[in-house]
Design a protein around this ligand. Sequence first.
Ligand code: 3H9
Length: 697
Amino acid sequence: MTELLTQTVSIAVHGDILVATTDNPPVNALSHSVRAGLGDAIATFESNDSVRAMILICAGRTFFAGADIREFGKPMHDPLLGEIIARLDGCSKPIIAAIHGTALGGGLEVALACSYRVAAPAAKFGLPEVKLGILPGAGGSLRLPRLIGVEAALSMISEGRQVSAAEAIRNGLIDAIFEGDLKDEAIGFARRIIDAGAHIRRASDLFIPSYDPALFEAARASMRKKFRGFVAPQKAVDLVEMAARMPFAEACEPEYATCKELLGSPQSKALRHMFVAEREALKIGGVSTDVVPRDVRKVAVVGPGTMGRGITVCLLDAGLSVVLIGLSDEGLSKAQNAIAKIYDSALKRGSLSADEMERRLSRLTLTQSYNGLADVDLAIEAVTEDIAVKAEVFRKLDNALRDDAIVATNTSFLDIDELARASRRPQNVAGMHFFNPAHVMKLVENVRASHSTPDVLATITTLARKLGKMPVMVGRSEGFVANRMLSKRTREAQFLLEEGATPAQIDRVLSGFGFPIGPFALADLAGMDIMAAARATRLPRMSEREKRCNIVDRLVAAGRLGQKTGAGYYRYDAKRTASLDPEVDAIIESHRRDNGIVARVITDEEILERCLYAMINEAAKILEEGAAARPGDIDVIWTNGFGFPTYLGGPMFHADRIGVRTIKAALDHYSTLVGREYFQPTALIERLATEGKGFYG
Ligand code: 3H9
């Protein structure tokens, strides 16, 4: 008979085994009612002499996914997780954690405090706290190294790496994997171990034999490189080192104190904000959760250029079949070679097997014909950014595809409604704006056209998730969100150059802020000809000053196309190591001379403010226009698209931290210095500054 202990935890006695089941959808977070229920289950277990072992199991899709993130920052109610875990550890009879789905954070800490851990084959295990800017606070960083060794534990704790059941059984994290019904198998396991007279086992009793300080020094250096700017990964190494040096009982208190201190840190608040924002971004206005996405198995990609190839690779990687349509044999064979090269390097890295590569390539058809597309569920158009060329492709697709097939354009700035008008199926038209290289970049801006139906929007969201991307739904607007904001930063970086800054100074300031790379080093990587072409398309809509500020064109004219020609804003040696080049200073100086500009000293502060606030002001305009639904969507776009540091929470979250009033005052200042047309605060910023509010209220 099942007895409900709290709203979320029930117990049932199976002979001499007590089974405590938690059911707290969606992910069995260890919220207050779960902790209270587990406390009651432990009390029942300890007081009932007829039961000899207890099983902790969860209903639904997963084992405990960790502490309840929604409770963070609010007053916590007893019993705290640490207390429950200490009581599990102190039990006088064996407890078995039966794990399916993911055992994460506090969830794994619960399992680590049990005597035994058994799991379903697909189960995964991790201590991902570091990704939320915190660290395990209930014994995880102390028990895990004792159980699986310091080195294996370090990578799980400091990088938040998850391990599979297969790895977990190899390293001793779990004791058995069961294919069958997990509860039945766990009961059988419990019975076998008690019949064999097995005793309780405590990870807290285990001893770490010796430890090598060099291991921790190497880990610190690696964390600094891999997670530049992040605090928690460094602290994680300190914590594991402490676990290796101190007796378990002494280390519990400092572990909890570190977790608590980090919980209140600005980085953790920003990272927790990103966790929520990424999940909110998947909720699309006007699309209820009941809407069923259409089934997409086969996709046509039109345009075998750089974007088309990248998109093809991610579709093949996700198990879909692809028809890649091009205009010529030459274009298609170039695409085929480029795709083979991508797979070859994956093969060499060892991230792909030869068999798997063959399987993926066997799902690819290259053709110049639009015939035989009746079984295609969705087409992605990735041809030249020219409305007439794209409209022609839309017309051809109309004739070739089933009526219910979706057509998505990869345009980065054209009006999707105009393209939809060229089609007989405007309700089935939307945008999927991938970023280059499409098989690597996580962000996809999905674009809602005026007539896109809810199930079309749900389908492109689901498809992007299937490709492992972070999709964000945006509205129609030139450049959508990411590029529209980027163009303002690019404008300011160019203006700052002509006013007296150097590429190296601007790159230093922006990478010092936390971007992975400065704008000029990035331009050299992407290719200056590409930057010049992007500038040429925007030229008709540029101000006189922007048109005049043509340093990019001057560099291209001097044959400086970036890394590929060994020279761009910097000079590059054979290993592509950058160095300063006086020729660049001379080109910038000649531009100043031709335009009567006298260079002035520009502070780092001015560089950062102008680049950042120009973007934030544009983001406010985007919100006013409704081209982004929420400030969080913009944060997700910039952290996933252009490397805005997640530990600052994205541009809008960061803006609130600076204060909208401060930003408005700076915008007013730069309106005077640079020009009102560039820095006039938007109405939204004016209003928020007056009301003393932020983008997040
Ligand atoms: C911790 O444990 C600290 C301790 O060491 C300290 C002790 C002192 N709490 O991701 P999904 C929600 S820190 C509350 O879309 P999936 C999520 O917001 C914690 N809610 O599903 C979403 O809600 P909504 C360490 C949570 O299947 C819904 O569940 N643990 C939590 O793609 C579905 O989520 C972690 O960091 C939570 N812990 O992935 C694990 N987790 O529907 C974080 C999720 O309203 N979680 N929600 O938008 C995950 O990694 C994934 O959610 C998981 C499922 C893999 C579990």
